[in-house]
Design a protein around this ligand. Structure first.
Ligand code: GLA
Length: 383
């Protein structure tokens, strides 16, 4: 009899443990919920997870350990209605099939490196040319396509810690690079992203997040009437392969001036501007006027109908404003919605593209005894 009770208890425990591994809800001390569900299997059979961070005001951010991807994010409009404001897929299968970095963590080097080559401490390194002749966003299997180790963090505000170690030589980059990214959903409807990394060999690094925002709350629409402010007095003109020419060009007097709030539609189709032509619209890196490493306001986006405002703050020196020019109606996203041309915009905080080949640009070199550390905050409000 005693033995039977023991066996039942063990079975019960085992059942609980196995349930916990596939679906858990964890309430922290402040009643914030961090929920975990399956996000589907990878082609090699590995399970992926989807975590939901929810704050007291009702904002919900879903993040997968696949690519550290922000999959959905609800923000209130001026009537208090929460709607999803980012592009993404319903399950991991969509991301595996191939999407242009929706919501993903980008690394080891965000943006382009000319001809997939750079020299560091006298040694030349060759990367995959995965964007025409250039290397883009960390390579064929960048940080957007790897499985991160996720740990929910209890505390005043719900957070998810993601860690990944890229091996020496992975995607052609030198050094074993240990990366830690913490997403924290703050009480004030802001998602804070803290990036940290260390290496055992001198390497290069430029981490960012590639979320596509559409503040309409209707992802079946474009972002052309969004009003953008960029606190940047210069931008980086590019060649026809989108590599910076090296010039830091003042924004005054051209369509790259977002110092005062302006509709995207006002300049994005001005093909008399050679840079708009080169980028197929806005797809450039703006150099922030404040070049200090403090957390400062880099950009603001306002969507007049919904009243939604998104402010981006960062410790980084620059921001890539990409208006979804390559979206062309071929990708089916969440809830079967087809993502049209320019249905999402990205504000990728970062160092300048092709920095490893441009000694005059701020350095992206990380040495073994240093710690890479940056923070970016995406904060929602209404007006
Ligand atoms: C970045 C680039 C764009 C494009 C997108 C992904 O933002 O700047 O040119 O490659 O990624 O489609």
């Amino acid at each position: 009899m005693k033995k039977q009770v023991k066996t039942a208890a063990v079975l019960f425990l085992l059942a609980c443990v196995s349930m916990t591994s596939c679906n858990t809800s964890k309430k922290d001390n402040n009643n914030n919920m961090i929920e975990k569900v399956s996000f589907g299997k990878l082609p090699d059979g590995q399970e992926t997870e989807l975590y939901t961070l929810k704050n007291a005001s009702g904002m919900e951010v879903k993040i997968s350990n696949f690519g550290g991807t922000v999959v959905s994010w609800t923000a209130p409009n001026n009537k208090g209605v929460y709607e999803d404001v980012i592009l993404g897929c319903d399950s991991v299968a969509g991301y595996v099939k191939g999407v242009p970095y929706f919501g993903a963590l980008i690394g080891r080097f965000g943006n382009r490196i000319a001809n997939g080559k750079f020299t560091l401490e006298g040694k030349e390194y060759t990367l995959a040319q995965n964007n025409g002749v250039n290397a883009l966003h960390g390579g064929l299997k960048g940080f957007d396509k790897v499985l991160w180790t996720a740990t929910p963090i209890e505390g005043e505000e719900p957070a998810l810690k993601l860690t990944y170690t890229a091996k020496d030589g992975e995607e052609g980059y030198p050094g074993n690079l240990s990366v830690e990214v913490v997403y924290t959903l703050q009480k004030d409807n802001a998602l804070k992203i803290d990036y940290k990394a260390t290496t055992d060999k001198t390497t290069i690094i430029n981490l960012t997040n590639h979320t596509y925002f559409n503040l309409n709350g209707n992802l079946d629409s474009d972002i052309l009437e969004h009003e953008v402010t960029l606190n940047a007095d210069k931008f980086l003109p590019v060649d026809k392969t989108l590599i910076p020419t090296g010039e830091l060009k003042p924004v005054t007097g051209n369509v790259f001036d977002f110092l005062k709030s302006k509709k995207i539609s006002a300049g994005i189709n001005d093909t008399t501007d050679t840079q708009i032509k080169a980028g197929g619209g806005y797809d450039h890196c703006w150099v922030l006027t404040d070049s200090t490493k403090t957390l400062k306001s880099a950009a603001t986006v306002y969507e007049p109908k919904s009243g939604r405002v998104l402010e981006v703050l960062t410790t980084e020196p620059a921001i890539q404003f990409y208006a979804g020019n390559f979206l062309n109606g071929t990708i089916k996203g969440k809830n079967g919605i087809i993502y049209k041309h320019r249905s999402g915009l990205c504000l990728e905080t970062q160092h300048y593209p092709d920095s490893p080949n441009k000694p005059a640009f701020p350095s992206t070199v990380l040495k073994p005894n240093e710690t890479y550390q940056t923070t970016t905050v995406y904060k929602f409000s209404v007006k």
